[in-house]
Ligand binder design. Structure first.
Ligand SMILES: [Zn+2]
Length: 695
């Protein structure tokens, strides 16, 4: 364990360049990593916060093929979008690289060569799935089939997304080529394998014993079950033409497996940064007094807790991660986020609808962070947290302080008189907050940490509400000076301590309070401004001039939320339409079979709910021959009132059946719309008499 690190290397999962970034990515990985990095910088630490786009792997050429463009065009497009989203949301990477950069190809190749030369790989010729039609081996995502573990029929050749199991393509039951749909054949090919099983004892010691107490239980549990299941050798190369070529003579047409090259991307990104900054990158990866922390989502646990550490261990000169605080998943309105189903809130779209409100999203995502279990993002909760917490607590307090300081003292911080007990307690509580919030952040409990930050805003709000300077100004002007001075100290503390969580708000508040000259949490700063909140006698000295009051947060209206919900409804309907399976054709019916059915035009003349039945309506239908009772299972799609007078098609010679004691004498013909609502089949003109024969 590394208790007094000299520097920190913080990595955030490399986003895959086959789509933009959504709220799940932000909540699970990038906001917590950013809070951590900004907090560490504000504590005066040396930090390298690195990331980059993951641009290899089979999904890229597959997507390119689908869109009729080159793989390079795909990665260029999404790299730009992703990088922009991170900048827009204030994710303060020291360096954001890409795995297609030369430096990365070089770093990954050298890493491979070193393991190869030291005999760490097993070279093996095996039979792999091969698509003879496409003339191509079917690695990873080029093949789908049934997961041997959970039975999911759409598992990929490298992983089942349903149960998270990491797979070899040959493990799949009923494999199918994703290129041609053909059933693959087997063909011999040579690959290099990393024998994970040889590191099992070491992993047990390092994680299961060494990190039992400090790793999150969800991470520890998953790692333990992997190790308990037994580890196997994993190929680190692939038959593919997109990626980093295997740097050996007899390896034509082969590239490094994307999961071998991607985590090395953290190292390459650090090298790229160190070269720009004139630093020694090896300090950040090879010195024992460096603390390495990987921020990832739970789908990446096996790669960051087992495979990458084994790679680092096998190489021999690297340090290992001290923690991998992986998060669970964030759902959207109760459903799993999905890029392919467009069930997501995309960051670039959010900004179009809520310009300048990045911090609101950061706040809500942290407040709902899936730290220990899957969690849900809902638009109603988003609105409530903004209006009831950011606006009503944080914003309200700051606004009162700014407005009153401007009104009473023309924006100058007043000189306090003698402190009352309440003042002393309030200031003492204030000074305790940096340590309280820090303690939660150091345990990777970011929602708890942000909750404490809000408690500081609540402290300020309560202090003003209790002291009521706006009333006291008429009776005791001297006392008001002290109250406002204390309130201004709280405001200044909020400006600093909010920065890791709400960097845009913090910057605004610094501007309002005219404290912009102070160090920030951005890369390159190491000012220990965090602890100064505790140690400094005063945060905003008497006589200091503050700026003009502006609103820190604004209310989010119902219409804005409705608009977002409607957007999701449209997506839902589109997905349902797409997923709808068209029923196969039934057995042939003879003309005689058809003419046996007596179909007539009719009109619904009465409709009532069937007591104690959710789906059934009891209808009286005018068939032209009679008015008869028909029980119909349409109550979930229609109210009785809206269907009275409706022209319908009725099968009148269906043998009568009793439904809940009511005899039904026929059937109304219905179909279903794309979003699952029932629809009447009716003559498309009103000019058809009841009883008209349909043939
Ligand atoms: Zn599975």
């Amino acid at each position: 364990m590394n208790n007094s690190p000299q520097r920190y290397t913080i990595t955030a999962a490399l986003p895959y360049t086959n789509g933009p970034i959504h709220i799940g990515h932000l909540a699970g990985v990038y906001v917590p990593a950013d809070i951590y990095a900004r907090f560490l910088r504000m504590q005066g630490n040396d930090v390298a916060f690195v990331c980059g786009s993951d641009e290899h792997g089979v999904a890229i050429p597959m997507k390119a093929k689908k869109e009729g463009v080159t793989p390079q065009q795909i990665i260029d497009k999404y790299h730009a979008i992703i990088k922009r989203s991170f900048e827009d949301f204030g994710v303060s990477f020291d360096n954001y690289s890409r795995t297609s950069n030369k430096i990365h190809h070089k770093t990954a190749s050298e890493f491979f060569i070193k393991l190869y030369e030291e005999g760490k790989f097993i070279e093996e010729t095996t039979e792999q799935l091969y698509d003879a039609e496409a003339n191509q081996f079917l690695a990873d995502r080029f093949v789908t089939g049934t997961c041997p573990k959970c039975g999911n029929e759409e598992a990929y050749g490298d992983q089942c997304e349903n149960c998270g199991t990491s797979l070899n393509a040959t493990d799949l039951i009923n494999p199918k080529s994703a290129i041609t749909g053909a059933k693959p054949t087997m063909k011999e090919t040579k690959h290099w394998f990393l024998p994970l099983d040889q590191y099992e004892d070491w992993l047990k010691e390092w994680i299961l014993v060494g990190h039992k107490k400090d790793w999150k239980t969800n991470v520890y549990g998953q790692v333990k079950s992997w190790i308990d299941d037994g580890l196997r050798a994993r190929a680190v190369t692939r038959d593919l033409d997109w990626g980093i070529p295997v740097p050996l003579k007899d390896a034509e047409g082969k590239v490094l497996y994307v999961w071998f090259d991607a985590p090395i991307g953290y190292i390459s990104s650090t090298i790229e940064w160190a070269e720009k900054e004139g630093k020694n990158w090896e300090d950040y990866w090879k010195e024992k007094d460096t603390k390495l922390v990987h921020f990832i989502g739970k789908d990446n646990i096996v790669f960051h807790c087992i495979i990458f550490p084994i790679m680092l261990k096998a190489e021999g000169s690297y340090i290992l991660p001290e923690n991998v605080p992986a998060n669970e998943f964030l759902n959207l309105e109760g459903k799993k986020l999905s890029t392919s189903k467009n069930w997501a809130v995309w960051l670039h779209e959010y900004l179009q609808d809520f310009p300048g409100q990045q911090d609101v999203l950061r706040y809500v995502l942290t407040a709902n962070a899936p730290e220990t279990k899957d969690n849900d993002f809902t638009w109603k909760d988003f609105q409530a947290r903004n209006n009831n917490e950011l606006v009503a607590v944080f914003g309200n307090f700051i606004n009162r302080v700014l407005v009153l300081t401007d009104k009473y003292y023309a924006g100058e911080v007043p000189t306090p008189g003698e402190y009352s007990e309440v003042d002393k307690n309030t200031l003492a509580t204030l000074r305790a907050y940096p340590a309280v919030i820090a303690s939660s952040i150091e345990k990777y409990r970011f929602r708890e940490a942000q909750g404490e930050l809000m408690n500081l805003a609540r402290l300020g709000n309560k202090y003003l509400a209790d002291e009521e300077p706006w009333k006291m100004i008429k009776t005791d002007e001297e006392r008001v000076k002290t109250v406002m001075y204390v309130a201004l100290q709280i405001s200044s503390a909020l400006a600093r301590l909010s920065e890791p969580f709400l960097p845009f708000t913090s910057a605004k508040l610094r501007k309002f309070l005219n404290m912009e000259q102070e160090a920030t949490s951005l890369p390159g700063n190491q000012a220990n401004s965090w602890n100064e909140v505790s140690t400094n006698e005063t945060l905003l000295p008497a006589g200091h001039h503050i700026g003009k009051a502006e609103l820190l947060f604004s209310k989010i209206e119902d219409e804005q939320i409705e608009k977002q919900l409607e957007k999701l409804e449209v997506t839902k309907a589109a997905n349902q339409a797409e997923n709808k399976k068209v029923e196969p054709q039934k057995e042939t019916a003879s003309f005689e079979d058809f003419t046996k059915m007596d179909l007539r035009a009719g009109t619904i003349v009465e409709a009532t709910k069937m007591p104690k039945a959710n789906k059934l309506l009891v209808l009286k239908v005018d068939t032209g021959l009679d008015i008869r009772t028909i029980v119909s299972g349409i109550a979930e799609s229609f109210t009785p009132e809206e269907i009275i007078g409706k022209k319908v098609t009725v099968l009148i010679n269906l043998a009568p059946r009793k439904l809940r004691g009511v005899e039904s004498q026929g059937m109304i013909l219905m179909t279903e719309s794309a979003n699952g609502k029932l629809v009447f089949l009716n003559p498309d003109t009103d000019n058809v008499d009841n009883g008209a024969v349909i043939s």
